[in-house]
Write a protein that binds this ligand. Structure first.
Ligand code: CA
Ligand code: CA
Ligand code: CA
Length: 323
C-alpha cells in the first residue's frame, strides 16, 4: 500500500503547485468591462458577448443592483455595482447620432468610434453607443455609484469613456471619493465628451483614467460624475482593472510570499532574481502579505524547513518521472 501512495502524492502536490502558480499569474490583473445601457433600458442595447476582441461585458441598466459582475474572460468576480442617485439611460446623440427606440438594431451600425484608439473599450458598438447621464435636474445633476466588494489587497484603475454630442457642458468630470458622503476626493479625471466649439463632433477616441486607487470605506470605490459646469455628465463605458501589488519575493504575483514562490523560483532561478540572490530575497520576505506574516501570532514555518520539504517533493517527483 505504501508504494502507490508514495508515487501518487508527489505528483499530485507538484501538479497542484504549478497549476496554482499559473492561475495566480493569470489573475494578477483582473479586468471588468461595464456597458451602461442594455436591452431593457431606454434606447439601449446589450453587448452580444463576446465582443470583437473576444472580451465579455456587463451590460447594465439603472434601478438594479448588480452582483458578481463577470470579468473580461466571463469568470464571475466578487464585484457588485449600484447607482445611489437618480440617473437616466439613453443612446440619443451618442456616438450613433439620433437613435430611435424602433430602429435600434439599425441605428447601432452607425456607431462612430475609433476601435483601435479605444483598444479594449472599442470592441463593441453596443457598449459605446448608449450611456448614462444626470437626471437633468438643475443643481442636482451629479450621478453617483458604488463599486463594491473590491479586494483590499489590490490597487484599481478606473477608465471612463463618455461620448455625447450637442451637450451643454463639453467636459465631464469623473471623481472617486473615500465614503458615501462624497466630501473627500482621492482621484479625479476630466474628459471632453464632444469637441469644444464643435458640439456636433462627439468623442470617438479618448478615455480618461484614474489610477492606483485603493478600495475605500467597506472595500468600496465611491464614484461621481457631472458636467464641468454643473450640467449633464455622460458615461458610456467603464473599465475596472484590479492589480495585485507585487511584493519582493512574490514570484507568482499573488500578493503573498510563501512556499509556492519557492517552487516558481526553483523552476527558473534566472527569471526570478538569480541563484542565490532570488532565493535569498524570497527567504528574507517569507510570510509577507499573508495573514501569518502580519504578526497575528500564528506559527510561521521556518524557511529552511519549507525549502527542504519542497526540495524533497521535487526530488520524489523527479524519481517518479524516471520510472
Ligand atoms: Ca453603453
Ligand atoms: Ca449597451
Ligand atoms: Ca506568491
Amino acid at each position: 500500500m505504501m508504494i502507490p501512495i508514495r508515487v501518487w502524492r508527489p505528483h499530485w502536490i507538484v501538479a497542484a503547485l504549478f497549476m496554482g502558480a499559473i492561475s495566480f499569474t493569470l489573475v494578477s490583473a483582473q479586468t471588468v468591462l461595464i456597458d451602461f445601457g442594455n436591452d431593457a433600458s431606454y434606447r439601449g442595447l446589450s453587448v452580444p458577448n463576446p465582443d470583437s476582441n473576444g472580451k465579455y461585458w456587463n451590460s447594465l441598466r439603472t434601478g438594479v443592483f448588480y452582483q458578481n459582475l463577470v470579468d473580461a474572460q466571463n469568470a464571475p468576480t466578487t464585484i457588485d455595482f449600484g447607482f445611489s442617485t437618480p440617473v437616466a439611460t439613453d443612446s440619443y446623440n451618442g456616438p450613433a447620432g439620433p437613435t430611435s427606440s424602433d430602429t435600434l438594431m439599425y441605428d447601432v451600425q452607425f456607431t462612430d468610434i475609433d476601435p483601435v484608439a479605444l483598444g479594449e473599450m472599442g470592441g463593441a458598438p453596443e457598449a459605446a453607443f448608449d450611456y448614462v447621464a444626470g437626471p437633468d435636474m438643475p443643481g442636482n445633476n451629479q450621478v453617483r455609484f458604488e463599486i463594491q466588494q473590491l479586494d483590499p489587497a489590490k490597487k484599481y484603475d478606473l477608465t471612463f469613456f463618455g461620448s455625447h454630442k450637442f451637450s451643454i457642458d463639453d467636459t465631464t468630470i469623473y471623481s472617486v471619493y473615500t465614503d458615501n458622503t462624497y466630501t473627500t476626493s482621492i482621484g479625479t479625471a476630466s474628459l471632453n465628451v464632444q469637441t469644444p466649439g464643435s458640439p456636433w463632433l462627439h468623442n470617438r477616441d479618448t478615455v480618461a483614467t484614474i489610477s492606483n486607487l485603493s478600495p475605500q470605506a467597506n472595500n468600496i470605490l465611491y464614484v461621481q460624475f457631472i458636467g464641468v459646469n454643473g450640467s449633464l455628465g455622460y458615461l458610456n463605458e467603464l473599465r475596472i482593472v484590479g492589480n495585485v501589488v507585487a511584493l519582493p519575493g512574490d514570484y507568482n504575483v499573488d500578493g503573498k510570499v510563501n512556499a509556492a514562490d519557492y517552487v516558481v523560483w526553483r523552476n527558473d532561478p534566472a527569471l526570478h532574481g538569480g541563484n542565490p540572490a532570488g532565493y535569498n530575497l524570497w527567504r528574507a520576505n517569507f510570510g509577507a502579505g499573508s495573514a501569518a506574516g502580519l504578526g497575528n501570532g500564528a506559527a510561521v514555518p521556518e524557511p529552511a524547513t519549507a525549502v527542504l520539504m519542497f526540495a524533497a517533493v521535487i526530488g520524489c517527483w523527479a524519481c517518479g518521472r524516471m520510472r
